[in-house]
Design a protein around this ligand. Structure first.
Ligand code: SF4
Ligand code: SF4
Length: 194
């Protein structure tokens, strides 16, 4: 559900807009609030802040509200908003940037399952030298969910899903073949501090 935002408590700060401007080739300050990003986003029903509001609050330097909101974790990185923005702002990239910033600062994540999936996914890519092992990711994530909430029915459902994917050759038991340039992948992860 959307929270109503009032002017009270919104004390503009320039620190966040400056960091975003330094990080992205198109600074979010060119946003003119047309809301095309939010109009195209398929996940607004589950968000507490609309994508255009995220950009607006980022320009006001409202780090606390942004780093603790549900929206950045609900965002599926489908890039519809980025594609639709007439000013070329990478809104999906801003969402990702905010996610990483929240993790770096140890902010409590409203959807821990999304943050855990995000971490396992990146770890799998790093260990796999640039390729994801879907089988290992599914096993690890299913165990994480079962530890949080033991549920036999859910375990059976996941096993059936895994079997279906395997039967349709969508899962490789031995992991993906190695990529060339693994050293480059390692260097990218090191540079990103991941
Ligand atoms: S589509 Fe771009 S310009 Fe329009 S509100 Fe969204 S971020 Fe701002
Ligand atoms: S990338 Fe995220 S914010 Fe943008 S349209 Fe997709 S789900 Fe919505």
């Amino acid at each position: 559900m959307m929270e109503s935002l009032t002017a009270e408590g919104l004390v503009p700060s320039t620190a966040l807009p400056a960091r975003l401007a330094a990080h992205f080739s198109v600074p979010p300050s060119v946003c003119y609030q047309c809301k095309k990003c939010s109009a195209g986003c398929p996940l607004t029903f589950a968000m507490d802040l609309l994508p255009d509001t995220v950009i607006r609050l980022a320009l006001l330097g409202q780090e606390e509200s942004l780093l603790s909101c549900r929206t950045i974790w609900v965002c599926a990185s489908c890039v519809t908003c980025t594609t639709r923005c007439p000013n070329g702002i990478d809104i999906a990239g801003v969402m990702d940037w905010l996610k990483e910033e929240a993790l770096r600062r140890g902010v409590a994540v409203p959807q821990p399952e999304v943050a855990t999936f995000h971490r396992y996914f990146l770890e799998s890519i790093r260990k796999g030298g640039g390729r994801l092992s879907e089988t290992a990711l599914m096993q690890r994530y299913t165990l994480f969910q079962l530890r949080r909430r033991p549920d036999l029915k859910e375990l059976v459902r996941q096993l059936k899903l895994g079997w279906e994917l395997f039967r349709r050759r969508r899962l490789r038991l031995l992991g993906p073949p190695a990529l060339k340039g693994r050293a480059d992948i390692r260097a990218i992860f090191q540079k990103a501090g991941a």
